[in-house]
Ligand binder design. Structure first.
Ligand code: WTA
Length: 660
């Protein structure tokens, strides 16, 4: 969607938002982050980041904070050596906190497990020894395709411990999506489970791995955790976790790796059909994940119980379940399942059960809770909650206020955190004890971070003006490239404002009159569905790979619950048969997309049309299709090659409309 920032966007009318909520005096006084943090960072950015890096244990200290001479490939804490897993686990045991619970794990069926730091150290050591026994070492790639169970976290940390890169693939992705990610990263090992619990029932997971691995020759071994006790087919590459890992020694000496040693690859949608393997490295990434987690969530390791509801398949799960929190010696809740199993109060039941004090979730879920009704959280004791977070998409002020009133007891500060898979850690967010929060705005760059809103020419817009969000200074947790594709890295992020040397985030944004930043959504062909990035092209290629489809155009239309919903316009092939546009055929198309990409990419609606609106140069005019999808009067059609096409589409819709 090439959309000018702010145009036709539901957020426009909210920019007059004038309510602000200052932190209470008590909160401000005890907050980890004090106003001086901004001053300190401004006075000497590199010295500031060097100080933040001291949060970690370095086996060898760095001799240079930042080397930007090879831009856009940054090197942070040059010459430093550390082990990321040691920083997240062992050092807490060594400092006398072995008995502190690291993870209160809550399974969907109601089983639970409390894992102390000492136990975490043993589990991660065993898993690391298991990987070593399979010949996995520094720079090897390991794919992880698992539900939210403790072994998923053990696996990630075990990879970090031996210097291997993990490539976590969300368990909701299809076999095909898994295969392309395994293949692109040339993973040698896959870690998975027999099945996963979803809405109260076990669902198979391993068959997707079998299918993916059959087409991915790089894979030598598949480690399978028994989670649901589902019968699974077995190949000679498969090995049970409980047979391989549980028999290993629980002692393992971590090796220190270079600060720029690669830590993980995580695939995310871009503007083409091929997902991008975003590459992150060690020292800078962990520094910023740790610093932001400590300051933005005001974490008190001795008293807080933290809960981030993300899945480890997304970057939020990497940075704010695994690396940031564990590096800060968190006690956290990890929940396996869906929010309405066995009923719509599950999250609040968990908050009450563990006394959760910091809760970090996505706007789409908040809107779902709103729909379910305020009487549900009202039945639980949520008084322990003291900081609330939001991530993944712009949060509309209504949802923000609902969150504050009904979950935060009208007093917990809300931190609206803007960042991306590529940025690795939070970039824009209020500091909860310093900044008066404003519903709907992510407000200002964190101390040490440079972000601006600029116009087409790269010139900063005045207060009240809109444009593109750019990052004008390198930051420690920035991506170090796209796996195997340097050119795409340069093109995607650094060419748009190449002259100025800005990183282009792909988001539209606006300053309000106070200079606070409001995010306005993507300005490229990337949709944001329930906080998940899905490219229009990816869904289009999935659709045209179906034998009945000749051409497809996909747009993200605004959706009350999911932020955006996927709406597809398809032209059927000549010989597709009379039934091809019927309800069953449409359902088959939706299922086909789910099979190709995953259920999250299923179009909300598919419309069969006789033509697509194209410019004279053949470019599909998504703007017009979005008008149709959002039931608006169709806008300016003068650049269309054939302006009668929109009439045809509208006429076709009367008969071909389908929704389920
Ligand atoms: C969007 C998720 C507004 C944005 C951490 C960004 C947001 C994309 C916010 C990255 C927010 C994320 N306000 N928009 N607080 N947080 N976004 O890579 O469009 O899955 O570019 O990372 O989500 O999505 P990703």
């Amino acid at each position: 969607m090439t959309q000018s920032p702010g145009q036709g966007n539901a957020l426009d009318n909210l920019l007059t938002e004038s309510r602000t909520f200052p932190p209470s005096d008590e909160f401000a006084a005890q907050a980890n982050a004090q106003p001086a943090l901004y001053e300190e960072a401004k006075a000497d950015r590199e010295a500031f980041w060097a100080k933040q890096a001291e949060r970690l244990h370095w086996e060898t200290k760095w001799d240079q904070v930042l080397d930007w001479s090879d831009a856009p490939f940054a090197k942070w804490f040059v010459g430093g050596k550390l082990n990321v897993a040691y920083n997240c686990v062992d050092r807490h045991v060594e400092s006398g906190h072995g008995e502190q619970v690291a993870i209160h794990w809550e399974g969907e069926p109601g089983d639970s497990r409390a894992i102390t730091y000492a136990e975490l150290q043993r589990e991660v050591s065993k898993a690391a020894n298991a990987l070593t026994s399979l010949g996995i070492g520094a720079e090897d790639r390991v794919a992880i395709y698992m539900p939210m169970i403790p072994e998923a976290i053990f696996s990630m940390l075990a990879c970090a411990r031996v210097g291997a890169l993990h490539n976590v693939v969300f368990g909701g992705f299809s076999a095909e999506a898994l295969r392309t990610r395994i293949q692109d990263s040339e993973a040698r090992v896959v870690i998975t489970t027999d099945g996963q619990y979803r809405r109260g029932n076990p669902a198979p997971l391993k068959p997707a791995v079998d299918e993916a691995v059959a087409g991915a020759p790089s894979v030598e071994k598949v480690i399978v955790v028994k989670r649901t006790d589902t019968e699974v087919a077995w190949t000679d590459k498969d090995v049970w976790w409980h047979e391989l890992v549980d028999s290993q020694s629980d002692q393992h000496t971590p090796e220190a790796f270079d600060s720029e040693h690669p830590l993980f690859i995580l695939y995310t949608s871009g503007t083409t059909g091929k997902p991008k393997g975003i590459l992150h490295t060690s020292g800078g990434y962990l520094t910023q994940a740790s610093y932001t987690h400590f300051n933005v969530f005001d974490l008190k390791p001795d008293t807080d119980v933290y809960w981030c509801t993300a899945d480890i398949g997304w970057v939020t799960g990497h940075s704010y379940i695994v690396y940031g929190p564990l590096s800060n010696r968190v006690t956290q809740v990890v929940y396996e399942g869906t929010p309405n199993t066995p009923n719509e109060g599950r999250h609040w039941d968990i908050v009450q059960k563990y006394g959760v004090s910091i809760y970090y979730t996505a706007p789409t879920l908040i809107r779902t809770f709103m729909k379910w009704g305020a009487d549900i959280p009202a039945k639980y004791d949520l008084s322990t909650l003291r900081v609330l977070g939001s991530v993944g998409e712009p949060i509309n002020p209504e949802a923000w206020i609902w969150y504050r009133e009904n979950i935060g007891g009208g007093k917990a500060p809300i931190v609206d955190t803007w960042w991306q898979t590529e940025t690795g850690a939070i970039m824009i967010s209020p500091l909860p004890g310093v900044v008066s929060t404003k519903p709907g705005s992510a407000q200002r760059p964190l101390p040490g971070i440079g972000a601006k809103v600029v116009n087409d020419e790269g010139v900063e817009v005045p207060h009240g003006g809109g444009g593109y969000l750019v990052l004008d200074e390198p930051w420690p947790s920035m991506l170090r490239g796209i796996w195997g594709d340097e050119e795409r890295y340069r093109d995607t992020y650094w060419s748009r404002f190449g002259e100025q040397g800005f990183y282009f985030a792909g988001d539209g944004a606006k300053y309000d009159n106070d200079g606070d930043i409001w995010l306005l959504g993507r300005v490229d062909d990337v949709m944001n569905v329930s906080g998940h990035r899905i490219s229009t092209t990816e869904v289009e290629s999935a659709l045209v790979s179906h034998p009945t489809v000749a051409e497809a155009a996909v747009v993200g239309a605004s959706d009350e619950t999911t932020g955006q919903g996927i709406v597809a316009f398809v032209i059927l092939r000549g010989g597709a048969g009379a039934d091809a546009g019927g309800a069953d055929a449409i359902k088959a198309l939706r299922d086909h997309v789910a099979k190709e990409i995953g259920p999250i990419a299923k179009p909300r609606q598919i419309m069969v049309v006789p033509e697509l609106p194209k410019t004279r140069s053949g470019k599909i005019m998504r703007r017009l299709l979005r008008d149709v999808a959002e039931n608006r009067t169709v806008g300016d059609v003068t650049t269309l090659a054939d302006s009668s096409v929109m009439d045809l589409i509208s006429a076709g819709l009367q008969s071909g409309k389908s929704e389920d």
